[in-house]
Write a protein that binds this ligand. Structure first.
Ligand SMILES: Cc1cc2nc3c(=O)[nH]c(=O)nc-3n(C[C@H](O)[C@H](O)[C@H](O)COP(=O)(O)OP(=O)(O)OC[C@H]3O[C@@H](n4cnc5c(N)ncnc54)[C@H](O)[C@@H]3O)c2cc1C
Length: 461
């Protein structure tokens, strides 16, 4: 009996990991429009070392990422944990420590919040009365800014929550969904306590305690993970091969490539939301409309290498976050030479700065040289560096980060419902637009997608 045919569109982590999990179940082929596979995982050379300029760490508390890495044969020697977890906020004129015991920036420890100096005394007093603020019983999702601002005051949103979410979504707290973008806070807000502080403390107490690191990366760069998947899949991966349209055919699907048509029993879409919307406009227009409604943020990374002698006064800690109200170009800085032990070799002081928010493209409108120069100047000031960077590289990520706006979960449910209602059997949609942007969420998604495809194929045979 001939083996079922599965086509995966998109060779980022989601697509590659899905194909790898299906390699023994089907004839699987992965198509990617780009020459380089890996999507938003990319490692470059800077100051004679590999440096990640897309994702640079996977969340270890979500086990599927590390499990995938280990299943591919990487071991303890390859995995690296951050040397420090201390993050600073560049606010109110200088760097201040991100207070301990915050959950997505939401404080649960008033003393630590006070010590950090992130809020003025008046703002601190407003945050302290959170337990007394009457609770509004609202049905359904709300924006992060609305929920947290109502409980703690707007300064907590602007100076703590926004910079943390800015790092992940490059989003706008007035539009990001509390339910989808701050799931832990949302779960705590559903508890019976009036005080969100008390509910978050209870939530923390209930969470299983883990001594392990929060984040992990791969020595040599996360592209090694992509390369390993690629080499295991071999010529099943076709780069520089964009899929132009997808259409139903009897018992399966037809993919239109530039010069030929590929027939498959099952199709997995693992591309960003706008690309998925374009591909599905014909076969499942309701789904395409929902996907087209997901806003995307463009961001950029400026990688900088300094002379270590110029960095003797640089603060300790893994990096800093910049609230949007500060008016800087940079929104976050990873001090790679402090965060990662394998970058702390004394030969160069390496930093990566992120720019761009969904509603702030000032930085991305600059040409590379001007952007690098201005980012270099801001980084130098914030980190007290004594001279300019000796190497600078700009990497742009246009329309890269999906926004989980208010109502996101309901949108995802509508997509799943529409796929069922239209009996779009064999069509599977994954990727960061639905259930989590992080690499560990992507690895988990790949497991689920592979399982769903297997079940589909078993039903047909
Ligand atoms: C700057 C930056 C920093 C990040 N930092 C972190 C981090 O530290 N930790 C973390 O966990 N996550 C991080 N992320 C998020 C994470 O990298 C992404 O969510 C994840 O890599 C997305 O993987 P994916 O496979 O779903 O999609 P992508 O990586 O976007 O891959 C999709 C692929 O689809 C291809 N494609 C598009 N259209 C077509 C078509 N028509 N035909 C064929 N192929 C097509 C694209 O070429 C691309 O290769 C970061 C993201 C960015 C941009």
């Amino acid at each position: 009996m001939s083996r079922p045919r599965v086509a995966v569109i998109g060779a980022g982590l989601t697509g590659l990991a899905t194909a790898w999990r299906l390699r023994d179940d089907a004839d699987v082929v992965v198509f990617d429009a780009a020459e380089r596979v890996g999507g938003q995982v990319r490692t470059i050379e800077l100051a004679d070392r590999p440096l990640d300029v897309g994702a640079d760490a996977l969340l270890a508390r979500q086990p599927e990422g590390e499990a995938l890495v280990r299943a591919l044969g990487f071991g303890d020697d390859d995995l690296v944990a951050p040397a420090t977890g201390q993050v600073h906020l560049w606010t109110r004129g200088r760097l201040r420590p991100l207070p301990q015991n915050t959950v997505m920036g939401v404080p649960t420890d008033l003393r630590a919040l006070a010590r950090s100096g992130v809020l003025t005394p008046l703002e601190l007093a407003r945050a302290a009365v959170e337990p007394l603020v009457p609770r509004r019983q609202l049905a359904g999702d709300r924006s992060v800014g609305d929920l947290i601002g109502e409980r703690f005051g707007s300064a907590v949103v602007e100076r703590l929550v926004e910079p943390l979410l800015g790092g992940v979504y490059a989003g706008d707290t007035d539009r990001l969904s509390a339910e989808a973008a701050t799931a832990t806070v949302w779960a705590a807000a559903q508890r019976p306590q009036r005080s969100l502080t008390a509910a978050l403390r209870a939530h923390r107490a209930d969470a299983p305690s883990t001594d392990g690191p929060v984040f992990l990366t791969l020595r040599g760069g996360l592209t090694r993970l992509i390369d390993r998947l690629h080499s295991e899949l071999g010529d099943r991966v076709r780069s520089a091969t964009p899929v132009r349209t997808v259409e139903r055919s009897t018992g399966g699907w037809r993919l239109h490539l530039d010069e030929r048509v590929k027939v498959a029993d099952a199709v997995v879409l693992a591309v960003p939301a706008p690309a998925a919307a374009a591909l599905l406009a014909e076969p499942v227009p309701e789904v395409a409309r929902e996907l087209a409604g997901i806003r995307m943020a463009s961001v950029g990374v400026v990688a900088l290498a300094y002379d270590p002698a110029d960095a003797v006064d640089a603060p300790q800690g893994s990096g800093l976050l910049v609230p949007r109200g500060e008016g800087r170009l940079i929104k976050a800085v990873t001090i790679s030479s402090r965060k990662w032990p394998h970058h702390a070799d004394g030969a160069a002081f390496v930093v990566r700065a992120s720019v761009g928010r969904v509603d702030d493209v000032r930085a991305l409108e600059l040409d590379d040289d001007t952007l690098a120069e201005r980012v270099d100047a801001e980084v130098r000031w914030a980190l007290r560096l004594r001279g300019p960077a000796r190497e600078r590289t700009v990497v742009r990520w246009p329309r890269a980060l999906p926004q989980y706006d208010v109502g996101h979960r309901a949108r995802v449910d509508r997509v799943r419902f529409a796929l069922e209602a239209m009996d779009a059997r064999g069509l599977h949609i994954g990727g960061a637009c639905f259930d989590g942007l992080g690499l560990s969420a992507r690895a988990r998604d790949a497991q689920g997608l592979a399982q769903a495809v297997r079940e589909d194929l078993a039903r047909v045979s």
